[in-house]
Each structure stands twice: as structure tokens, then as C-alpha cells.
Design a protein around this ligand. Sequence first.
Ligand SMILES: [Zn+2]
Length: 122
Amino acid sequence: VHELSIVESVIEAVTEAAEKAGARKVTVVTLRVGALAGVVEDALRFSYDIATEDTMLAGSQFVVHALPAVIHCDACNADRELSATLNFSCPICETLSLQLLQGRELEIESFEIEVDGDDSNS
Ligand SMILES: [Zn+2]
């Protein structure tokens, strides 16, 4: 499953970084997922719940920060957010654009950890 392999690599990267930071557990993981990244959010969440079992990410909150696709329209000389991702035309003047500025992201935006000996309830 595509989403499961993505989630596994996210867990691997977060675990490595969290261990370096001396974390006991990871509490929140936020991903940036572009509209054109080709993943299904529900499938990501489902895979995350399964794949984080028995890891330091178990029970953590999984946040998906969905990013719309954005093109640059030469005719308008402006950046335009696409409502439909199958149509790479400016929503205002309908000029076709091949300049995709945003939408293919699939990356870890941030994560939060709990460190041993950290008794603060912040
Ligand atoms: Zn335009």
C-alpha cells in the first residue's frame, strides 16, 4: 500500500530525530500534504494508526496540513489557487499554466515530543 510505505518512512524519520532529541515519546506529528501529492488522507490516517503501534509514536496525534495546488498565471501575472486539481488553468482567465508553485508537497512539517524528566504540563 502506497500510503503505508509513506507513513513508515515518516515514522522512521521522526523516530530518528526524536531519539536524537532525547524523546521518551512523540505526541504530535504534522505532515504537509499537497493536493497533487497523490495520497488519500483517510488512508494515511488509517496506516498511521496501524504503523505507529509499538513505536514511540504510538497514540500520537496525527495532523495533516492539506495544501491546495497553486499555479502561476503568466497572463494575470499572479499566483492562483486551483479548485480542481485536474485542470491546470488559471481560474480567472483560464490560461493554461505549467508553473506549479505548490501542491506536490509530502513532507514532515513538525513534530512534538515528550522528554524524560520533563514534568512540566505545558
Ligand atoms: Zn490568469
